[in-house]
Design a protein around this ligand. Structure first.
Ligand SMILES: NC(=O)c1ccc[n+]([C@@H]2O[C@H](COP(=O)([O-])OP(=O)(O)OC[C@H]3O[C@@H](n4cnc5c(N)ncnc54)[C@H](OP(=O)(O)O)[C@@H]3O)[C@@H](O)[C@H]2O)c1
Length: 329
């Protein structure tokens, strides 16, 4: 498993991270036994993954708790990334949230502490100063952000530099390529890619849009008629599934699982530090971990970009996977 440093830190992370949102099961993900979640964490470590992403917002601390239980005596092998929610960014609330996350995770430090979404009410300077204090106190090792667009990143410039920006990025969600990724690259901020498998679409497990359960068919790929959609767009279901078919052809030709090809493509993009792939079982994570050693040829990289360019065009420059009224600035 290849490893990279995050930003200018000494912290080395595997290029494939385990995303721990799906480990809670529930509305988006479906039924999930805690024992399977723990087994997934163990299998991730055994497969060379040392990077784990969670958030206080995933199941109100339940995802953090599962991760703490799964790592247990192997905490020292892991780099833990967690996130503070947008409604906890005022200094007092942020300190409390950090303490709660430390307790949930059963650890005394968080390696990478990220602002989950920017606040539109709390001054960024107050949040940033508190994060720096937490770092000076040793409760967190590095500061990251998530879902920060170019204007939010510009606001940060006067305050300091986050080591990472965690962003939606996959072969089926390429909007950050227009502005945010180039900005991150210029500023020396590593991009961490979330939903890199497009919530499972890129593993090829769904034959058509109708096969995707409503809880997951909320992204702007799907028509706004889907019951839980929060956007008012027509979606691009046909083009999405045409792109998936083209990616499947490429994957079959090179003899690699489609999901791993999709992850390897992202790992190749300039500015990307790691992909945060969700997995629900030891078997899934055992497979996705292999993407960390898969190197695609230049031709394959270009072919995959072409195969997904129509979906990129149709979804436009809005990186928000779920809302037309973009929460990115
Ligand atoms: N910062 C943010 O705002 C934000 C937002 C979203 C996500 N995230 C982070 O990013 C992580 C990953 O994103 P995500 O969970 O949305 O989606 P994802 O990684 O794109 O997709 C995960 C899903 O892919 C399927 N999968 C994974 N490996 C597979 C394999 N080997 N074979 C078959 N299917 C496989 C599983 O589907 P099944 O469930 O059907 O088995 C799994 O639940 C999250 O866990 C979270 O840490 C962050």
């Amino acid at each position: 498993m290849r490893r990279r440093r995050i930003g200018n830190t000494e912290i080395e992370v595997s290029v494939v991270a385990l995303g721990c949102w799906g480990l809670i099961g529930g509305f988006t993900w479906g039924p999930q036994a805690a024992s399977d979640s723990i087994a997934t964490i163990h299998a991730a470590l055994d497969a060379g993954i040392n990077f784990f992403d969670t958030a206080e917002g995933y199941g109100e601390g339940y995802s953090e708790e599962l991760l703490g239980r799964g790592l247990a005596a192997r905490r020292h092998e892991a780099v833990i990334a967690s996130k503070v929610s947008a409604n906890h960014l005022a200094p007092g609330a942020l300190r409390e949230a950090c303490e709660r996350s430390l307790q949930n995770l059963n650890t005394d430090y968080i390696d990478l502490y990220q602002i989950h979404w920017p606040s539109r009410t709390v001054p960024l300077a107050d949040t940033w100063r508190t994060l720096e204090d937490l770092r000076a106190e040793g409760k967190i090792r590095a500061i990251g952000v998530s879902n920060f667009g170019v204007l939010d990143l510009a606001d940060l410039k006067a305050l300091g530099r986050p080591v990472t920006d965690q962003l939606p990025y996959s072969l089926l969600g390429r909007a950050i390529e227009y502005h945010i990724l180039p900005q991150c690259t210029l500023s020396g901020i590593g991009a961490l890619c979330y939903s890199p498998l497009a919530q499972g679409l890129l593993t090829g497990k769904f034959a058509s849009a109708d096969d995707v359960a409503d809880g997951r068919a909320r992204t702007r790929h799907f028509a706004s008629a889907r019951p839980h959609a929060r956007h008012g767009e027509a979606g691009c279901e046909m083009e999405t599934f045409e792109a998936i078919a083209a990616i499947r052809d490429v994957s079959d030709r090179i003899g690699e699982p489609m999901g791993n090809v999709a992850l390897a493509w992202l790992i190749r993009q300039a500015g990307v530090t790691a992909v945060i792939a969700g997995a629900r079982s030891a078997g899934q994570v055992g497979q996705t971990a292999l993407a960390g050693d898969l190197v695609l040829s230049d031709e394959t990289v270009a072919e995959l970009a072409t195969a997904t360019s129509e979906v990129k065009r149709l979804l436009g420059t809005n990186p928000d996977l779920w809302q037309s009224d973009s929460r990115f600035r």
